[in-house]
Design a protein around this ligand. Structure first.
Ligand code: UDP
Length: 240
């Protein structure tokens, strides 16, 4: 992606819920949210149209709930609600930075935020509003990674940027395999074949089938978002 960054007029940024924990063991670290909001504002100031999907893993993961004995679908709905909380926190932080930001939920909750409607989201983005796509796909048994790939396809985004807690795609989990090596570029098919845990398989397949380039970078590294958008710094590009 080294040269492609500048060409990304419209991007879908996916941030894992975990990244919003900052230094806390769970939940939302507002200092981290504000820092990320500042970086999004800087990217917006450079003319990028930005759609955002924030995970919910810092608050609740459906799989964990199911492991504790809950019905999986109910646990997943709790996970989706967690993503709405994160989106509201980020919307607030973005507005404090002077941006106009709208939360659009895949699960209608009109007293809390707008419901997702593609045409409305399109208008928001064209007018320079940041759109936070909350509640993932709105269906259980999916993840926000898949929600992000879906919205990136629907909104015709030029790229899907995944800001996570590691600086790219590794041959194995670098947290547990210190000898793991990072890829600068890798294909969707290779990610799927090697079962690399960068994003779930459904999200990778959706990005592949719709020709959406994917960049994986560490949102914990200050300035990394702008760097990726300019084709600089450390990240992994996933393409065909
Ligand atoms: N979730 C879901 N359907 C979706 C998106 C999310 O059921 O389309 C639920 C699922 O339980 C998931 C939780 O919401 O575990 C939080 O999302 P995710 O794990 O993707 O968050 P992240 O890992 O990015 O923080």
């Amino acid at each position: 992606m080294a040269q492609a960054g500048q060409g990304f007029k419209r991007v879908l940024l996916k941030i894992s819920g975990e990244a919003l924990m900052g230094s806390k063991p769970f939940g939302i670290d507002m200092a981290m949210v504000e820092r990320v909001a500042g970086e999004i504002a800087a990217a917006h100031g450079r003319g990028h149209q930005i759609g955002l999907v924030i995970g919910g893993g810092n608050i609740f993961r459906g799989v964990a709930g199911a492991a504790g004995g809950m019905e999986r679908a109910s646990a997943d709905y709790m996970g989706m609600l967690a993503t709405v909380m994160n989106a509201l926190a980020m919307q607030n932080a973005l507005e404090k930075k002077g941006l106009d930001a709208r939360v659009m939920s895949a699960i209608p909750m009109p007293t809390v935020c707008e419901s997702f409607a593609r045409a409305r989201a399109e208008r928001h983005l064209e007018k320079g509003k940041v759109v936070l796509f909350a509640a993932g796909t709105g269906s259980p048994y999916f993840t926000t990674d898949t929600g992000a790939a879906l919205r990136a396809a629907e909104m015709h985004c030029d790229a899907l940027l995944k800001g996570t807690s590691v600086d790219g795609v590794y041959s194995a989990d670098p947290k547990t395999h210190p000898q793991a090596t990072r890829f600068d570029t890798i294909t969707y098919d290779e990610v799927l074949r090697r079962n690399l845990k960068v994003m779930d398989a459904a999200a990778i397949a959706l990005a592949r089938d719709n020709g959406i380039p994917l960049a994986v970078f560490s949102i914990r590294d200050e300035g990394a978002l702008l760097d990726v958008l300019q084709g600089r710094g450390t990240f992994t590009t996933v393409t065909a």
